[in-house]
Design a protein around this ligand. Sequence first.
Ligand code: ATP
Ligand code: MG
Length: 581
Amino acid sequence: MRSSKFLIATVKETPADAEVISHQLMLRAGMIRKVAAGVYNWLPMGLRTLKKVEKVVREEMDRTGSQEVLLPAVQPAELWQQSGRWEMYGGELLRLQDRHDRDFCFGPTHEEVITTLIGNEIRSYKQLPASFYQIQTKFRDERRPRFGVMRAREFLMKDAYSFHRDQESLQESYDQMFTAYSTVFTRLGLHFRPVEADTGSIGGSGSHEFHVLAQSGEDAIATCDKHDYAANVELAVAAQIGGERAAPSEQLSKQDTPGQKTIAAICDYLKAPVEKTIKTLLVKGAEVDAVALVLRGDHELNELKAEKHPLVAAPLQWLDEDEVMQAVGCGVGSIGTVNIPIPVIADRSAANISDFICGANEDDVHYTGVNWGRDCPEPESFDLRSVKQGDLCSRAGDVDLGEQGDEDRLKIMRGIEVGHIFQLGTKYSEPLNANYLDQNGKATTMIMGTYGIGISRIVAAAIEQNYDDRGIIWPTNMAPFELVITPIGYHKSELIKRTCDRLYAAFSDLGIEVLLDDRNERPGIMFADADLIGIPHRLVVGEKSLANGKLEYKERSADEAKEFDAEDVVDLLAARITAAR
Ligand code: ATP
Ligand code: MG
């Protein structure tokens, strides 16, 4: 490609409304332009990279034996009513009506459509297992579209669905997809991590997310290399702290605490360590008006964990001030476990402390020296809290005896979710009647898996890991061009022009994706653009070095330029570029 014939839409200034580096650089490098909130144009430069990601994903999906399909973007409401998601999906579902007032949605995902299709097309156990994928535009009316194409409303996804006779066959496909995903992200040159993920109402252990590690990531991931543990903080298991619970040593005592409502204020006022306090949080029960969730003062509630307890209403709903008053007769800052008239669920760490401090269910009063089993009933103990940096890894042995070392402790990292694989079971095949006839001719429900990759999100995520103050540094397999030829004086020197044109033809013939910057621009501008766009290899053709039979070569990721003999530059560079693919 010649720059004079290609839309180089680079921008010097950093766009004011772009918060993260990938969004800034994608705008500045002329890859994307905003059309509306979370809706983008892909310019030729951006599309080249997007297509590269698509290509790697397609190759690896094909390799698993998954078959490519193309399903409609617009889907009839009936399918979503049948699965129950027309009501459940909420505000993210973009609903539309046709001229006959019939309801449709723009697909945010395709379980309903594919399950109906395959339920109709596959009839016999002999046709299973089977797997299908597509690469297609999705729309989700995200509450907070941001970070450019990273959390967009319209975006490109690869979604795959597998259909099985039994759990064993599903597990096989799932493992195969796990490997394929790892290959995709490795080939794309990304620093990533598969982590255990939440399975929501389906339960079980059949879900992994793939995260690109980057500071700007919206997810928190807990990892421990020693015990080979990695999980989204949404579900990471908290290890029990403190060994066996100590026997009570203090008397129960009521203390006036005028105006002291927060944990920090109480610790300060009573000169007590935070580990000796508990907080009591009231939420709606599944069958009763209120349930108390108890955590140690220094721990945070994990709402997803709490929702999984059968006594707790899902999704989690906090009681408001009035409801709290009605349930326990005091304000939010004064609740405690002594004589509380509602069911109590205590986090495992909170259930394990003795002589603790809590509210007295009357304003401006607290209890000290409280003990489970003596001053209030033994609570039901449950993993309720979010893990934090430095917590013991739950695989290091469930009890922290103070013997474990740093390598037994969790690290919290930030991640960008670029892929998600999930064992669905019969969640969709049952309501949508996807049945097959088994060996005995009996109609049986198919078992399913679903597998997503955020194709457009990957482009942004890769930049979050690969940039410097001059611009993007593409991993080889994602670069819009592999090589840029930058002439000094293309429009002034016949020799330069001839040399560049010859090199351009030679590299192109060898299948190298080369951009010849034949614009009539100053060298400084051409260098700055090549760096901003992030082309991995650059060849400079100038009169001075050419007079010595040399050409200047620089790798985008290197600090220093090198000189190559003009004679063998094509062979040398072509070999180097193709080897890195
Ligand atoms: P998130 O937690 O980021 O909202 P999700 O769990 O809703 O993701 P899935 O439904 O599993 O995502 O979709 C599959 C993949 O699609 C995700 O792993 C992600 O890479 C991509 N994706 C999801 N939402 C968006 C979005 N708003 N913009 C860009 N890519 C997205
Ligand atoms: Mg989402």
